[in-house]
Design a protein around this ligand. Structure first.
Ligand code: AMP
Ligand code: ZN
Length: 114
């Protein structure tokens, strides 16, 4: 999608610190980290929010979690623990309308979130 910041990152039009990439997903460091480890994992297909997921997106969403698992090992947070979050809509605090999963770790995370 033309005006989407994450689609621009996928196309290389906006730089990012890539952590992982394959045909289906891209992972890169969040520009405004909320924890020592804060990366985003996104499907390469533009999907605006979880509300817009269809059955055919099941494969890529499942793949996001398999990739997340590998990234936690790569970044050394698999054993200490982590959180995966997908903010959706206004109350959820979603600011970028391209489905994304925050992977946070490297410190003890507050619960419930603010
Ligand atoms: P959310 O607020 O849940 O929609 O998450 C969007 C996230 O994208 C925020 O944590 C931002 O810091 C992050 N973000 C926005 N623009 C960029 C960018 N160009 N590179 C990396 N992360 C970004
Ligand atoms: Zn997009």
């Amino acid at each position: 999608m033309e005006d989407c910041v994450f689609c621009k990152i996928i196309k290389g039009e906006i730089p990012s610190e890539k952590i992982y990439e394959d045909d289906l997903v891209l992972s890169f460091k969040d520009i405004n980290p909320g924890a020592p480890v804060h990366v985003l994992i996104i499907p390469k297909k533009h999907i605006s929010s979880i509300n817009d997921l269809t059955e055919e997106d099941s494969k890529v969403i499942a793949h996001v979690f398999m990739v997340a698992k590998e990234i936690t090992k790569k970044l050394g947070i698999a054993d200490t623990g982590y959180r995966i979050v997908s903010n959706t809509g206004e109350n959820g605090g979603q600011t970028v309308p391209h489905v994304h999963f925050h992977l946070l770790g490297g410190r003890s995370l507050n619960w419930p979130p603010g």
